[in-house]
Ligand binder design. Structure first.
Ligand SMILES: Nc1ncnc2c1ncn2[C@@H]1O[C@H](COP(=O)(O)OP(=O)(O)O)[C@@H](O)[C@H]1O
Ligand SMILES: [Mg+2]
Length: 371
């Protein structure tokens, strides 16, 4: 069941798309590149939006390349990505080097030579480079390649380009902090986007498309749209679960009966629950119980210091930090731009409390049953 990535029926995010298009124009106009960061919790629609922005860049005739983390510290990897679609002859004409020979000898070509060529390739045309899941760069903070990543970011974050250049980054809410540690401290106004839940009208349009364009039903979809919207918290990933349930349970051209609606809702609920379980994967039951009891003891919007203080009652500060990093990187908690923390979706908080919340029988260890 595909519930991640490019959207079949994309709607909304008008402001973000507008800001991106304006940024593309500005970088051409000012001959100065810029980065843009799309942040948000898992399932909020970062990857789908990046795919959409990519389409806009392609429409404007920009060259677009998807980066992997490796591209940031291995110039050869970046070179391979940048030359994938390049014709050897065109490359030779522009750079005076035989692409094939350069690729073959790349291991012996110096890093600076490759870096220079990569830059030249990016400067030769209006270019969008994009990297998703930027928060995973956290893994490189103690890595020997860290200086190379910093050097990459220094080069491309503010690249002087006559033709237009954007480095688009996507990631969880702490990506900005990770990037700061790797050397990006200043952002142009409006280039850090915090994605939030979808507007109700946007959500309705998406469900409408799944019913009318995908299923091609002839029935009035209003009731279904109302019922499904109540289940999603405006969260794209959940919405996608219910839309997948629609395409599973309603035959093409089929009728929208109450019976199928129940099936769709039940299956959507199940997919949503699976998604929450997935996010808790690898945490022991006891850890989940402790995290949940701390979450329960705090208000819905809380300060991270209070969470850490509560953790310190059970765990050493090192262990507490480790757990914090884990729950942050899985989107079990998030911190917004105002520095306020929360469980990202209300129904996820309810799920945690329902499954791992305080249960009296578990609080009585000497109840005799364990013997
Ligand atoms: N604006 C949107 N319109 C339609 N579907 C969307 C939209 N945003 C996200 N989706 C869908 O929701 C699901 C989750 O989005 P995704 O981009 O994978 O989230 P993230 O990258 O933030 O974890 C995907 O199936 C995606 O296609
Ligand atoms: Mg994603």
């Amino acid at each position: 069941m595909i519930e991640r990535g490019p959207a079949k029926y994309f709607h909304g995010r008008e402001q973000e798309i507008h800001d991106f298009q304006y940024l593309m124009l500005q970088t051409m106009d000012r001959q100065m590149g810029s980065s843009m960061l799309i942040q948000g919790p898992p399932g909020v629609g970062k990857t789908a939006l990046i795919e959409e922005l990519k389409k806009h860049a392609l429409q404007k005739g920009w060259q677009v390349f998807k980066l992997s983390n490796e591209c940031l510290f291995d110039p050869k990897e970046l070179f391979t990505k940048l030359t994938k679609k390049t014709k050897p002859k065109a490359f030779q004409k522009s750079f005076g080097i035989d692409l094939k020979v350069f690729q073959m000898n790349i291991a012996t070509a110096s890093v600076s030579q490759t870096n220079a060529l990569n830059e030249a390739l990016v400067l030769s045309q209006p270019t969008l480079l994009y990297l998703d899941e930027a928060q995973t760069l956290h893994d490189f903070l103690d890595h020997p390649d860290r200086p190379r990543i910093t050097s990459f970011l220094n080069t491309y974050h503010n690249l002087e380009s006559k033709k237009g250049f954007v480095l688009l980054l996507g990631g969880l809410n702490h990506s900005q902090e990770v990037l700061q540690q790797l050397g990006i401290s200043r952002w142009n106004t409006g280039t850090v986007q915090h994605l939030k839940r979808l507007e109700p009208t946007t959500e309705s349009q998406i469900i409408d498309d799944w019913l009318m364009k995908e299923i091609k039903t002839k029935d009035d979809p209003t009731h279904w749209i109302q019922q499904i919207s109540q289940k999603t918290d405006g969260w794209p990933r959940h919405l996608q679960s219910y839309c997948n349930a629609i395409s599973q349970y309603v035959a093409k051209g089929g009728h929208l009966t109450n019976e199928t609606l129940h099936q769709v809702i039940a299956y959507g609920d199940e997919l949503k629950k699976k998604n929450y379980e997935e996010r808790c994967f690898g945490l022991s039951r006891k850890t989940k119980q402790i995290i949940t009891s701390v979450i329960q003891s705090l208000p819905e919007a809380f300060d991270i210091e209070d969470m850490m203080e509560a953790f310190s009652k059970t765990w050493s500060s090192e262990k507490a930090q480790d757990i914090y990093q884990k729950i942050l990187s899985r989107g079990i908690i998030q911190m917004d731009q105002a520095g306020v923390s929360s469980v990202p979706v209300p129904s996820f908080r309810s799920f945690l409390i329902e499954h791992y919340g305080k249960d009296r029988s578990r609080e009585l260890p000497n109840h005799g049953l364990s013997r």
